[in-house]
Write a protein that binds this ligand. Structure first.
Ligand code: OOG
Ligand code: NI
Length: 457
């Protein structure tokens, strides 16, 4: 009897991400073009490297982004995403670039869930404490009037939480009701004059408080070769961002590289209290591509942050050298060999016994109990763990490059993080991404130990 079936969050997440992608393709045809470019580039890479296994996860892989206005919105989104097996990971302070925003990423956490479909949504919350007083009250009033969630959706969320069951048809309904949260609406909930006031406070305040939905503002495919995608976009006349965010191209890719093309200008209808109509425009949505590399340890991240800020300083002083060249030169001191990265504990890795290792273990002939020795002897192999999160400086660059006119350089402000406030609004803690990778690595080592039938590695 399906009516009492418990559901699989991984399966529901995959259906959700496909449905969202289909909706966004209809709303923003350029997104469909981008997917085609990425698929072609990836086919090419897979063919050249003869690694068909790479194509599988990539074809499905996306991240999206939404911006929310209130505690109630954030909490309810958190409850919905939990049904999709997506949990808050990491805290991102956007006040460092002068945005009255902070964020988390909702994503799967378990290794098996990530392998099935790592779909994530970068979720931003407006910080009304950073909005000037005369606009704050008005923005909050506009937000209080909107309701992102239908009654039916709230019922289904309650049911899933209380009974942990959803029938097939209830899942269908849940997805239909969920998409309504993220749909684009071209009719504003404020007048044109009010919109202009919000805009002059900050474009993000206008984007969040002027519309009846939390429109998805981009949906980003993962590619195997972002430099090639960037070149194709530029050659094809797409308004691509000048520079790819993140580390320079490397043999051993780490973290995350991203590029985007600029926001579309969209027609919006604004109604006044007197029924008057003004046709205006708004830039909200854009295209983005990402390439993911290895997750790095705290030590690896510190080195990344240090080199990146050195490169950025150099870029602003030395305008005669191309930024990409500066980035490449600065990152020469970041090791670019998987074994070296591992030995210096800069990256996180999965470990697994080789066939040879299993045979040796079967005969009781293991050479050592030291992991590094077992690797050197070819009895254990390792593979870098993929970075599943975001980068605050890159995110800031993506945000600013998609404002009507802004440069991401020189915008750095003194930060004013409020993680505790974010967690209070969310109604629970955000997970520490470093601890999650650490656990994945540790579990793989435990598994090696078990399979090889040995004591402590
Ligand atoms: C989110 C920007 C951050 C990324 O990929 O770093 C982001 C937004 O514009 O709402 O999506
Ligand atoms: Ni993004």
């Amino acid at each position: 009897d399906f009516t009492t079936a418990s559901f699989s969050p991984d399966a529901v997440r995959t259906r959700f991400s496909l449905a969202l992608s289909a909706m966004y393709k209809k709303e923003v045809p350029l997104y469909g073009d981008l997917i085609n470019i990425v698929n072609d580039v990836d086919d090419d890479v897979v063919r050249k490297q003869a690694r068909p296994e790479l194509a599988q996860r990539h074809r499905l892989e996306r991240h999206g982004a939404i911006r929310l206005g209130t505690q109630h919105e954030l909490r309810t989104i958190g409850r919905l995403f939990a049904i999709f097996g997506m949990h808050p990971v990491g805290y991102y302070d956007l006040s460092v670039v002068g945005f009255p925003l902070h964020a988390t990423a909702f994503r799967p956490i378990a290794t098996e869930s990530l392998a099935k479909n790592p779909f994530r949504i970068f979720t931003t919350l407006l910080r009304s404490d950073l909005v000037s007083e005369n606009v704050r009250e008005f923005a909050l009033k506009a937000l209080a009037k909107r309701n992102l969630f239908t009654d039916r959706l709230l019922q289904l969320i309650d049911q899933a939480e209380v009974t942990n069951t959803l029938s097939e048809s209830e899942i269908d309904e849940l997805l239909v009701e969920s998409l309504k949260i993220f749909k684009w609406h071209s009719v504003a909930i404020v007048s044109h004059e009010e919109y202009t006031r919000l805009l002059s406070e900050h474009p993000m305040v206008a984007d969040i408080a002027s519309f009846p939905s939390a429109h998805i503002n981009h949906l980003t495919p993962r590619t195997l070769d972002i430099d090639q995608v960037q070149q194709i976009m530029i050659d094809g006349g797409l308004p691509a961002k000048e520079r790819i965010e993140g580390p320079p191209p490397r043999k051993c890719e780490i973290l995350l590289r991203q590029t985007s093309f600029k926001a579309l200008e969209e027609e919006v209808r604004f109604y006044g209290a007197d029924g008057s109509l003004v046709i205006g425009s708004h830039t909200a949505r854009f295209g983005e591509v990402e390439q993911r590399g290895a997750a790095v340890t705290r030590k690896g991240r510190d080195l990344y942050d240090q080199l990146l800020s050195r490169a950025r300083a150099e870029m602003s002083h030395n305008v005669s050298v191309a930024p990409n060249e500066i980035l490449k030169a600065t990152f020469k001191s970041y090791p670019d060999d998987w074994n070296e990265l591992r030995k210096q504990t800069l990256t996180f890795n999965y470990y697994k016994p080789t066939i040879h290792g299993r045979e040796k273990a079967g005969k009781g002939e293991l050479s050592s109990t030291q992991l590094s020795q077992l690797i050197d002897d070819g009895l254990v192999q390792f593979e870098p763990i993929t970075y599943e999160d975001f980068l605050p400086v890159s995110a800031a660059g993506i945000f600013t490059s998609n404002l009507r006119s802004a440069s991401s350089e020189g915008l750095m402000k003194v930060g004013n993080a409020d993680r505790a406030g974010f967690e209070r609004d969310l109604g629970g803690p955000v997970a520490d991404e470093f601890k999650l990778y650490e656990t994945m690595q540790k579990e793989s080592i435990e598994k090696c130990r078990e399979v090889l039938g040995m004591g402590v590695i």
